[in-house]
Design a protein around this ligand. Structure first.
Ligand code: M6R
Length: 607
């Protein structure tokens, strides 16, 4: 939620800030702004709307300043408007500040500051911070920022520049991510790594309570007591190209097409021998006998991957698994204890509810495991063990490749944790088939998407749709429906196919599109009966199945999309692709802003 960038060095700051904001736009895009120190003056430009709007406004400007901050916003306090856009200035327009997070006690602080004579120009929570820095500034910006943060409650990553000390950026992190990029005689800061990749791969990830001071030749980091500390610089192995569109019209489409490669990357180490290696879970395997319950906790798409994880883990380990939405988890007082394994799943590693769930689990002394994409993220640093899903930067708000690799990580985890229980020949065969999935995904993507495009044309004309399936297909249906809602704004609901007749069948009317997942051979007959019930009431059934089952569906569905054949247990890894493409093409036909759907942000760092 919100992206912040900063630059200090010998180059003009504006293009670097603007380029960085483009990489962070997935974090919020309802307004944007920059503040640059030119000579001794603060130049502030901000505007409601996405970066394109700001870019258009600034196209004739010629900024010279070599220090500045930028921000792209996802509104929490105060509607999207020019005034509420960041950066925010102090009363005299000498200090500029950007913020990612929420200041929970801002009302109280604002009241006091107003009594003291401070003048506010926005409705945001953020503006209090810059006025606090102004209040405490006595010639030392580091001290003033530190003093100001003592007044704040909530989550915040902030960065401040000051015309009185134009050779300095001060940044502070508390519960919202902030990363320093270390260049050659220049320094950067950003909410996420992709913004830094075109300039440097050497990064330093701030921890909660840490403060950084960047100047033109050096940087310093201070711990929560204000003591200067030495932190290790990390080398990021992501390549800048990974965060580009590479000729695709949208990040989402590019990310869908990357899936064979990202899956190969995830599987390559664990499956390089004849068996399955997963050293990341060594400590879990040591305690396996003691684990009596597994909780999987996540949000949105990551939660849907957890539903598949549950089915797999229960099947292989025999341990009961509960799947919780992270936003609900800690409020239902779950029976988590020392004998629990709590698995948190998250692409960003920053989702506020997932982080809170992890902290709850740790308080209860549960063993914790993260299934995470972003290295160095808060959740990756707080979980006991981590399986990185190696999907590379995912920029589109709608998650695709990260979902695939989350699901794949659950296969690895379930097969490794359950290897003692699974028949060895069966295990070998599953591993062989798993190794072959990236090549099968390539086929799905290469064979052309004619059928999916035709299905999208049908779907795009409706305002309501249903997704149905049984077993693993039901979990996949939930994800398919979320994807469609998120990017095409069609109201879509997923149902366990057998449940329709308990109420929802009343909504089936002539022509209504129903996407039926029919990949589970063992459940095919039951699904065919459910599909008949739908068609008998006028529903138009768009079926997705394995090639080997297609013949059995002739005459049973209105439209068919196929994926290569595999074991029932592995089909989610293949069938997810037509679902993603179906949403993508439908949204494209409806003219939706696919990579940046309205009201959303990629990284949800507020509860
Ligand atoms: O970064 P996370 O995986 O924790 O994010 C969780 C959800 O916000 C995310 O999966 C969301 O549902 C996606 N935008 C859906 O495509």
């Amino acid at each position: 939620m919100c992206g912040i960038v900063g630059y200090i060095g010998s180059r003009g700051a504006f293009p670097i800030l603007f380029d960085g904001l483009k990489k962070l736009e997935y974090r919020g895009y309802d307004s944007a702004g920059v503040a640059i120190i030119e000579g001794n003056e603060m130049q502030l430009r901000k505007s409601q709307g996405n970066l394109e709007v700001l870019g258009e406004k600034l196209k004739n400007e010629n900024f010279q300043g070599r220090i500045g901050l930028g921000h792209t916003r996802w509104a929490t306090h105060g509607k999207p408007s020019d005034a509420n856009a960041h950066p925010h200035l102090d009363c005299r327009g000498r200090l500029a500040l950007v913020h990612n997070g929420i200041i929970e006690n801002f009302q109280e602080i604002k009241r006091k500051l107003e009594e003291e004579g401070h003048f506010f120009s926005s409705e945001t929570d953020t503006e209090v911070v810059v006025h606090l820095v102004e209040k405490f500034f006595q010639g030392d910006l580091v001290k003033a920022v530190r003093r100001a943060t003592k007044e704040l409650e909530g989550s915040y990553a902030i960065a401040v520049i000051n015309c009185e000390s134009p050779e300095q950026i001060v940044a502070y992190r508390h519960d919202s991510p902030l990363i320093l990029g270390i260049g050659d005689g220049e320094f950067f800061l950003a909410s996420d790594i992709p913004a830094l990749l075109p300039y440097t791969r050497r990064v330093l990830i701030l921890e909660d309570g840490e403060m950084a001071e960047l100047n033109r030749t050096n940087f310093r980091v201070f711990d929560s007591h204000g003591v200067q500390i030495q932190k290790e610089i990390e080398e990021i192995d992501w390549d800048p190209e990974m965060a580009e569109k590479k000729g695709f019209s949208h990040y989402m489409l590019k990310e869908i097409h990357e899936q064979p490669d990202v899956l190969r990357r995830l599987l390559s180490d664990p499956l390089q021998g004849s068996g399955l290696e997963l050293p990341q879970i060594a400590s879990i395997l040591e305690r396996l006998e003691k684990i009596n319950r597994i909780f999987v906790v996540a949000c949105g798409t990551a939660y849907h991957s957890g539903l598949i994880g549950k089915a797999l883990l229960e099947r292989t380990t025999g341990i009961p698994v509960e799947v919780d939405m992270a936003s609900e988890f800690r409020y239902r007082s779950p029976l988590v204890g020392e004998e629990s394994l709590v698995i948190v799943v998250t692409q960003s590693g920053e989702t506020a509810d997932t982080l809170a769930a992890l902290r709850y689990a740790r308080e209860k002394n549960a063993q914790t495991l993260g299934i995470i994409n972003v290295k160095g993220s808060t959740i990756s640093r707080e979980a006991d063990d981590v399986i990185y899903i190696k999907a590379g930067p995912e920029i589109a708000v709608a998650s695709t490749k990260a979902y695939l690799n989350m699901v794949a990580a659950f296969y690895l985890l379930a097969l490794k944790m359950g290897q003692g229980n699974v028949d060895q020949e069966n295990l070998k065969e599953l591993l062989r088939l798993l190794r072959g999935i990236p090549a099968q995904l390539e086929k799905v993507l290469q064979k052309g998407d004619k059928a999916v495009r035709e299905a999208s044309e049908y779907l795009s004309r409706w305002e309501n749709a249903f997704f149905v399936g049984r077993g693993l297909d039901f979990s996949l249906a939930l994800e398919g429906a979320l994807k469609l809602k998120e990017i095409s704004y069609i109201h879509a609901e997923a149902y366990a196919a057998g449940e329709l007749k308990h109420g929802t069948l009343a909504l089936i009317e002539e022509g209504i599109p129903v996407v039926a997942l029919l990949t589970q051979e063992k459940l095919l007959e039951k699904m065919i009966s459910n599909v008949q019930e739908i068609r008998a009431r006028g529903g138009y059934v768009l079926g997705i199945t394995q090639e080997k089952l297609a013949q059995r569906l002739e005459g049973e569905v209105d439209f068919i999309m196929t994926v290569p054949s595999t074991e029932d247990m592995l089909t989610p890894l293949l069938a997810t692709v037509p679902l993603q493409l179906l949403s993508f093409y439908t949204a494209e036909l409806r003219g939706c802003p696919i990579d940046q759907p309205r009201n959303l942000a990629k990284s949800v760092t507020v509860e």
